[in-house]
Design a protein around this ligand. Structure first.
Ligand code: AHR
Length: 516
């Protein structure tokens, strides 16, 4: 068994987790909307056509904010198509996912669904095929109370009260060649600035996120963030980040190390944003919206899923089946986000149902939890509070991570990757400290010596672990509970010292009550 020391102190705080850190994403993509959250003919559907079985799982998963309607989809979307009488809504070609969009589900239905699920909506405007004018009109339709053509149009559609959507994304992945209406940093920076100005004149209470690079491996990465923020700095509150972890190389130690690249990504974007602030002698701090993150590779490379023939409605695309090791890498990503709670103020797991999702459904049939459901539910349900700086002394390993992009193939050299990745969250309100721990050692357990100062006595309140002897095991419709958390009791407390014995290749969450 390897040995580790973990130390933290009540007063050494990274930052408070923002409620919006624990978000997810619903895109008009495959069966995420149709056959996912919305399926009027499903036996559990309510009067709005929302699947109640999916809603129950969403409540358990506990995402706090939901991004909509895309993604790549939004860059060709006309929001007007998705409002008004359903029978009059047009069927359109969605060029992003080579599908037919029926528009049976649109913004108002999405808002109703969010309210029912107790989730804050996050909307994206189309800055691909459209621009600032439509963006301000969409906002006016949603948020203006009444007395203008667009706000009265919403009221005539049956939504008397404004939707009051506070968080808006200025387009999606606008640097990507695959994006409809892709732009250079200067082109996007100008358009985003003008859209932002008009949107804030329409509703000054909103917050805006500018698009960062669509990935850290884009050749324009870094310059893109700098140029875009030089244009938009005065007008936005956030810059976005997107990451999909992969195991293309079938190399589990590297895959489990890869969340650490999210730490680097976050720290680099913070540095760029702050350098733009520094050049302006500004004390304003741009926050980070990590509004797409997940594991995604099996259904991605070569875009197999976009080459379906014909123009189907809601095709079964991007239906990644997540196994045990995906859940471990995913847990590592949750820890990366928690440990940057001072600057990452919004986050969206991409996505929610069926398409690269924690929840799977069969159209007309049951819904079940994928393996990644579990670390996300821990993250969201137990990760609220002050994230503490942790000192972790544990053996390390070196590896290299294969991270292909659409334009280039690169290996990241990763030196001194700690076998144990940890986050500690203190909730003063609940008088608890929660530890999130990923043991990346595949063959050996880790015995953790814990030293926590400033809390009085820590006593175990609850603890569970996620592990499986077979790292390729997964949950299916037939075996939905193959991977699920199990009670964890390998915790010893003697004379104020706490020892925790972690299993090899495991995700473990321990919540302590504090006496102070
Ligand atoms: O989440 C799937 C897709 O990944 C999104 O539509 C796009 O923004 C990203 O490339």
């Amino acid at each position: 068994m390897q040995k580790a020391q973990v130390r933290f102190d009540r007063d050494f705080i990274i930052g408070e987790t923002d409620r919006r850190l624990f978000g997810a994403f619903v895109e008009h993509l495959g069966r995420c909307v149709y056959g996912g959250i919305f399926e009027p003919r499903h036996p559990t559907a309510d009067k709005n056509g929302f699947r109640r079985d999916v809603l129950d799982l969403v409540r358990e998963l506990a995402p706090t904010i939901m991004r909509y309607p895309g993604g790549n989809f939004v860059s060709g979307y006309d929001w007007e198509d998705g409002v008004g009488p359903v029978e009059k809504r047009p069927r359109r070609m969605d060029l992003a996912w080579k599908s037919i969009e029926t528009n049976e589900f649109g913004t108002n239905e999405f808002i109703d669904w969010c309210r029912l699920a107790d989730i804050e909506p996050m909307l994206a405007v189309n800055l691909g095929t459209r621009g600032p004018d439509e963006a301000r009109h969409y906002l006016e339709y949603c948020n203006h109370p009444s007395g203008t053509t667009l706000s009265d149009l919403r009221r005539s559609h049956g939504w008397e009260k404004p939707h009051d959507v506070k968080f808006w994304c200025l387009g999606n992945e606008m640097d990507g060649s695959w994006q409809m209406g892709a732009k250079t940093a200067n082109e996007y920076g100008r358009v985003a600035t003008e859209a932002a100005k008009m949107m804030k004149l329409t509703d000054p209470t909103i917050e805006l996120a500018a698009c960062g690079s669509s990935g850290r491996k884009m050749s324009t990465y870094g310059d893109w963030e700098r140029v875009v923020l030089e244009h938009t700095f005065e007008h936005v509150e956030y810059i976005s980040l997107h990451t999909y972890l992969n195991n293309y190389a079938d190399d589990t130690p590297s895959f489990l190390a890869s969340p650490d690249l999210m730490d680097s990504f976050i720290e680099e974007v913070v540095a760029i944003a702050d350098s733009v602030a520094a050049r302006r002698r500004s004390s304003k701090r741009i926050m980070l919206s990590f509004d797409e993150w997940n594991v995604w590779y099996r259904t991605r490379r070569g875009d197999e899923n976009r080459i379906q023939t014909g123009w189907p409605v809601a095709p079964s695309i991007l239906e990644e089946k997540y196994n045990m090791q995906d859940a471990l890498a995913f847990g590592g990503a949750c820890i990366s986000l928690l440990n940057h709670a001072d600057r990452v103020k919004a986050g969206c797991l991409a996505q929610l149902v069926n398409a690269i999702a924690p929840i799977m459904t069969e159209t007309g049939g049951p819904a079940w939890r994928q393996t990644i459901f579990w670390p996300f539910a821990d993250f969201s349900n137990l990760g609220r509070g002050r994230v503490l700086r942790t000192f972790v002394d544990v053996p390390t390993y070196s590896t290299r991570y294969y991270d292909p992009t659409r334009t280039e193939e690169l290996y990241d050299k990763m030196e001194a990757v700690p076998y144990l990745k940890v986050s500690a969250v203190h909730s003063e309100a609940d008088r608890t400290v929660t530890l999130f721990m990923l043991n990346r050692n595949l063959s050996d357990g880790i015995e953790v010596d814990l030293e926590a100062t400033g809390f009085g006595t820590l006593s175990r309140q609850r603890a569970h672990e996620l592990r499986h002897d077979d790292l390729s095991a997964l949950n299916t419709k037939e075996k939905p509970d193959e991977i699920k958390p199990r009670e964890f009791d390998a915790i010893e407390a003697t004379n104020g010292w706490i020892k925790i014995k972690l299993s090899p290749a495991s995700w473990t969450v321990v919540r302590f009550d504090t006496s102070k």
